[in-house]
Design a protein. Structure first.
Length: 233
């Protein structure tokens, strides 16, 4: 198996398990705490953050972006080529959909059930821009400052917190957004709401890219180059 195939497989598997954590914990939370939305969100956010830490630690030696925006920023930073970026993004989107189907089936639901959970409005779109910018700063700031071994904990902690400080509960990921359209559960998002979320995430990605370039300019240091390769190779 080629290196690219292994990376695509890692992105597929990692994104699938991430979405299983998001959707599955959402279903479990709504069943265990049906009358307490705050407790549901706490359960959902803790499970997602913990899963992210574990998945990044496990798959980081192969590939552990799990997010098309992160992959696009890698491409913009010339860390990967266009063909690699496209392949990894396909793996992420398909993995996310597979994760939703698996979560639905685990909880006795239809494999695919279009969400009716409308999430729309300027406040939510702004939240997605901010959540995505913050995620990119956490990822690339940690890596480009030579602390790649801590990125899993930084990302897991940030996403757990962002569930609470953003009105959108911090999707910050187009692959996860697409995947959450096919589950009519606590974590779902109605298909008509998804495009605006994705556009907001892409805008956040562009802003995040420029901030990363400004705060962490390219440095011809072996430490930064090695850290980049460890996380994104």
């Amino acid at each position: 198996m080629t290196v690219l195939a292994r990376r695509a497989a890692a992105e597929f598997i990692g994104t699938a398990f991430l979405v299983m954590a998001v959707v599955g914990s959402g279903v479990m939370a709504s069943r265990l705490s049906p009358d307490d939305a705050g407790l549901q969100l706490l359960q959902n956010s803790l499970a997602t953050g913990a899963a992210l830490v574990a998945l990044i630690v496990a798959l980081q030696p192969v590939s552990a972006s799990f997010n098309p925006v992160v992959t696009l920023v890698e491409r913009a930073l010339v860390m990967i080529d266009t063909g690699t970026a496209a392949t990894l993004i396909v793996g992420q989107v398909l993995g996310g959909l597979a994760g939703t189907v698996a979560a639905n089936l685990m909880f006795g639901l239809d494999a695919v059930s279009w969400s009716t959970h409308q999430r729309t409005g300027p406040s939510l779109w702004l939240a997605e821009v901010i959540a995505t910018v913050g995620l990119l700063l956490v990822i690339f700031g940690t890596v480009r400052s030579g602390r790649a071994d801590r990125v899993a904990f930084a990302v897991g902690g940030y996403i757990t917190a962002a569930y609470w400080f953003t009105s959108s509960t911090s999707f910050a990921n187009p692959a996860v957004t697409i995947a959450r359209t096919v589950t009519d559960t606590f974590a779902g998002i109605a298909p008509p709401s998804a495009p605006a979320f994705i556009l907001a995430q892409l805008l956040g990605g562009a802003l995040g890219y420029f901030l990363v370039r400004f705060l962490y300019p390219s440095i011809a240091s072996s430490a930064v180059a090695t850290a980049d390769r460890k996380v994104f190779s």
